[in-house]
Design a protein around this ligand. Structure first.
Ligand code: SAM
Length: 291
């Protein structure tokens, strides 16, 4: 399987105003190993798969998964009937994991061989394509952006990528899922991984700001090999959690009409205890833009 296609003609210089779109670049640890550990951690997350399968079923046609990571949602989207999946991510290492996932799973391998899955290295704040999609997904992505301005860029990009009656699903942590206080460095989990053992520690510092909760999240992952040697992978992330009202206002600014607001993948109403904040939106205006 070839290297994912880069959107646009060449690697764009990162303007000062933009945070890098590759969350693993610039970390002191090896990005490939960090991506493997990311997979180990995120593959265990499956409680949202039925939700995304259902949105693919309700939105017949092609799907663009913006910030697809290692393609965790791809099988669910195919199972829901997606005719084509475009996975966009800023991290080449995570896209390489997505390629490996496609190779591993027969349904994904078959769909890829038929041209129904495409991986694209790109920035969700800027990507432009000539094709349009029945469903666009931003799952867990907005929190990695710098704040409202970047989120507005990503929402506007998503709206432009939708068919006139297409659907956008934006999925971030809800108020009940946010850390209530700073957490000192402590062990999150330990796991056997083939002949290796992985110990993940993290600490976080939170800061309430007018535009939402900002979190400095630092992880320290030790991969202990069978011979006892340790690969130590420090990484740090700056995360932003917009309140629902801010997200809804940003959707309006991006010319999206919000059709549903949910507090869980079971479509429960959003309240102060909700673990998720999910917004389902459609384009407000149609056919006015040329690319
Ligand atoms: C928490 S992960 C979620 C991955 C996937 N959506 C899922 O639900 O499993 C966030 C993803 O957003 C990607 N990402 C963050 N900022 C990005 C940007 N500006 N452009 C493209 N991808 C970005 C990261 O590389 C990462 O894969």
């Amino acid at each position: 399987m070839g290297r994912p296609r880069r959107a646009g003609r060449s690697r764009e210089p990162q303007a000062e105003a933009y945070r890098l779109s590759d969350i693993l670049a610039g970390q002191p640890g090896d990005p490939e190993l960090l991506a493997e550990v990311y997979d180990l951690e995120h593959d265990a997350v499956d409680e949202d798969l039925a939700f995304y399968r259902e949105w693919a079923r309700r939105s017949p046609g092609s799907v663009i998964d913006l910030g697809c990571g290692s393609g965790r949602l791809f099988e669910a989207l195919l199972a829901g009937g997606a005719t084509r999946i475009v996975g966009v991510d800023g991290s080449p290492s995570l896209l390489a994991r997505a390629s490996a996932r496609i190779e591993r799973h027969a349904s994904l391998r078959d769909a890829h061989a038929r041209g129904r899955i495409e991986l694209v290295e790109g920035d969700v704040r800027r990507i432009r394509r000539p094709d349009r999609f029945a469903l666009a997904i931003l799952a867990g992505v907005l929190s990695h952006l710098d704040g409202p301005e970047d989120a507005l860029r990503a929402l506007t990009v998503a709206r432009r990528l939708l068919e006139p009656d297409g659907t956008l699903v934006v999925d971030v942590l809800g108020p009940g899922g946010l850390p209530p206080h700073d957490l000192p460095l402590s062990v999150d989990w330990e796991r056997e991984w083939g002949d290796r053992r992985v110990v993940r520690r993290s600490r976080l510092e939170r800061r309430e700001t007018p535009e939402g909760l900002r979190v400095a999240y630092a992880t320290l992952t030790d991969v202990v090999r069978a011979d006892g040697t340790i690969a130590r992978l420090p990484a740090s992330f700056r995360l932003w959690y917009p309140p629902a009202a801010a997200l809804i206002a940003l959707a309006g600014e991006a010319e999206l009409a919000v059709h549903g607001i949910y507090g869980s993948h079971d479509l429960e109403a959003l309240d102060d205890d909700s673990e998720r904040c999910i917004i389902v939106a459609r384009p407000l205006t149609v056919g006015l833009e040329t690319e």
